[in-house]
Design a protein around this ligand. Structure first.
Ligand code: PNS
Length: 162
């Protein structure tokens, strides 16, 4: 039984994330999507809301489950018995950001990171851009799984008190 963890902020989950989770599942028996805190980002959505939205988005995917990462990803990797971390790359900037984390996670937990190249048709989608587009009234419904756009708009109106 091989287990991969797909970690991220998922603030919010996008179609790009979903594509990476599907690709991870094609390589591993089980995929655990870990909803973690990135200390260099200020989240729009609460962890509970992010977990609920990701659970909904992956509900049709067999062998995929979702869990919050309460602290260090390395500890979470050990807890779930992960064989690998899987992260998606949209381009060189992603690699530059991911490489130190991959090295640190290997240092701390002795777990390898596998990088997958996502669908190029989704390469322009980033959670930060999705929030920015929504903040200024643009349409994000075709960039995120069903239900996510409404949650983002609600949070931007200051109603995410989950
Ligand atoms: O989607 P992101 O923001 O690029 O994901 C980064 C994330 C959340 C996976 C990373 O910040 C993380 O692992 N946070 C948990 C705390 C931790 O382990 N930090 C050290 C990372 S090497």
């Amino acid at each position: 039984m091989t287990i991969a963890v797909c970690p991220g902020s998922f603030d919010p989950i996008t179609l790009g994330h979903l594509d990476v989770v599907r690709r991870a599942r094609s390589m591993f028996d089980e995929v655990v999507v870990g909803i973690a805190t990135n200390s260099s980002k200020s989240a729009l959505l609460s962890v509970d809301t992010r977990v609920a939205l990701v659970r909904d988005a992956v509900s049709g995917l067999d062998g995929v489950r979702v869990a919050p990462v309460d602290g260090l990803l390395a500890d979470f990797l050990r807890e779930v018995g992960a064989n690998a971390v899987v992260k998606g790359l949209r381009g060189g900037a992603d690699f530059d950001a991911e490489l130190p984390m991959a090295l640190m996670n290997r240092h701390l937990a002795d777990v390898e990171t596998v990088f997958v190249v996502g669908d190029p048709a989704l390469a322009h989608i980033a959670s930060s851009l999705v929030k920015d587009v929504a903040r200024y009234g643009g349409t994000i419904d075709d960039l995120v799984p069903a239900g996510v756009a409404d949650a983002v708009r609600e949070a931007l109106r200051g109603k995410d008190d989950a």
